[in-house]
Design a binder for this molecule. Structure first.
Ligand code: NAP
Length: 282
C-alpha cells in the first residue's frame, strides 16, 4: 500500500505558483487574496493562519478581514467591497458563518472572476455544464492528487461518499469530466460497504472519524480521504480507519498530510490564476 504524500504534491505545485507570483510582481501586480472571517471560531483561526503562512511562502499578499459576528447584509457588503476592489484578486469566506447566515445566500456576492474557492452557486452550475470556473479547492485537490499519482480515471469506477456542495458534488462532477463512472453516496445509501467495494477510486467526504474500514475497499483501490475529524487529544483523523484500509487499498491519502496541504496550495494557484486573468483584462 502506497501512502500518498500530500505535502510533497503541495511543494511541487508551490514551485509553479511562486514562479507565477514573481512574474506578476515584476509586472507591478501583487497577487492578493482576501480572507473574510466572520466568527472567532478556533478551528477557523488555525486554518486562516495556515493560509497566511502558505501565502507568504509563495509571495501572495493575504488580507484577513476579521469581522465580529456580522449579519448577512454586512457580510454581503464586505464580499461586494472585495469584489469591486481592483487590488484584490481572490476572495474566500470562511465557515462557520454566524447563526442565521447561510453561505448559499451570501456567496453570490463573490465575483466569479475572484471566486477562488468556488463558493458562488454559479460555480457548481458551470462545473455541471462543463464550463471553465474555479472548482472548490478541496474537490480540485482530489483530482490534482489523482492526476499527479497517475491514477487512470477513464472508465474507472469512482465512488464519492458525501454530497455536499463544497466537496462531494464538485468532486463527483470533476471525476465525471475525467470519464470515470461515478456513484455518489450519502447517509441514505443502502448497503454503503458493498457500493464502496466496487470502487477503483474511493473518495471519502463524510466527516465521520475512521468510519471506513477494509470491508468498504476493493483490493488495490485508491482511497482519497477528505475527512478531517477532530479527536479528544487535539489531533485530527480522517474518515478512513487508516490501519484497516491499508490492508486492502493500493494507495491512500493520510490525514493529516494528504488532501489538506494540496487544498491550501490550490487556493494559492487559483489566486495567481485570477490575478493573471484580471490583470490581463483590466
Ligand atoms: P457535510 O456537508 O457535513 O457533508 C457530509 C456528507 O456525508 C453528507 O452528504 C452526508 O449525507 C454524508 N454522510 C454523513 N454520514 C454518513 C454516513 N453514515 N454514511 C454515508 N454518508 C454519510 O461535510 P463536508 O463539508 O462535505 O465535509 C466532509 C468532510 O471533509 C469533513 O470531515 C470536513 O471537515 C472535511 N473537509 C476537508 C477539507 C480539506 O481540505 N481536507 C475541506 C473541506 C471539508 P447526507 O447528505 O445524506 O446528509
Amino acid at each position: 500500500m502506497r501512502l500518498i504524500d500530500g505535502r510533497a504534491i503541495a511543494a511541487a505545485i508551490s514551485a509553479d505558483v511562486t514562479a507565477t507570483t514573481e512574474r506578476l510582481r515584476a509586472g507591478g501586480v501583487t497577487p492578493t487574496l482576501a480572507v473574510v472571517v466572520p466568527t472567532d471560531d478556533e478551528a477557523t483561526a488555525w486554518y486562516v493562519r495556515s493560509i497566511q503562512r502558505t501565502a507568504a511562502k509563495v509571495g501572495i499578499e493575504c488580507l484577513v478581514d476579521q469581522l465580529a459576528d456580522p449579519g448577512g447584509d454586512e457580510l454581503a457588503k464586505r464580499l461586494d467591497a472585495h469584489s469591486h476592489d481592483p487590488a484584490v484578486h481572490g476572495i474566500i469566506c470562511q465557515t462557520p458563518l454566524p447563526e442565521g447566515v447561510v453561505l448559499d445566500d451570501i456567496a453570490g456576492h463573490i465575483d466569479p472572476a475572484k471566486d477562488v474557492d468556488g463558493a458562488n452557486p454559479t460555480c457548481l452550475g458551470r462545473l455541471a455544464a462543463g464550463l471553465s470556473t474555479y472548482a472548490p479547492a478541496t474537490a480540485a485537490a482530489v483530482l490534482e492528487i489523482l492526476r499527479r499519482e497517475e491514477v487512470p480515471l477513464t472508465g474507472a469506477r469512482a465512488v464519492v461518499v458525501g454530497r455536499s456542495t463544497v466537496v462531494g458534488k464538485p468532486a463527483a462532477l470533476l471525476l465525471l469530466a475525467e470519464n470515470a463512472t461515478v456513484t455518489v453516496c450519502h447517509s441514505r445509501t443502502v448497503d454503503l460497504p458493498a457500493t464502496c467495494a466496487e470502487a477503483d477510486v474511493l473518495v471519502l467526504a463524510i466527516g465521520r472519524a475512521q468510519m471506513i474500514d477494509a470491508s468498504y475497499v476493493k483490493p488495490g483501490a485508491v482511497v482519497i480521504d477528505v475527512g478531517t475529524n477532530p479527536t479528544d487529544d487535539g489531533s485530527i483523523v480522517g474518515d478512513a480507519d487508516q490501519e484497516s484500509v491499508a490492508t486492502r487499498a493500493g494507495a491512500l491519502t493520510p490525514v493529516p498530510g494528504g488532501v489538506g496541504p494540496v487544498t491550501t496550495m490550490l487556493l494559492m494557484r487559483h489566486t495567481v490564476d485570477a490575478a493573471t486573468h484580471l490583470s490581463a483584462s483590466g
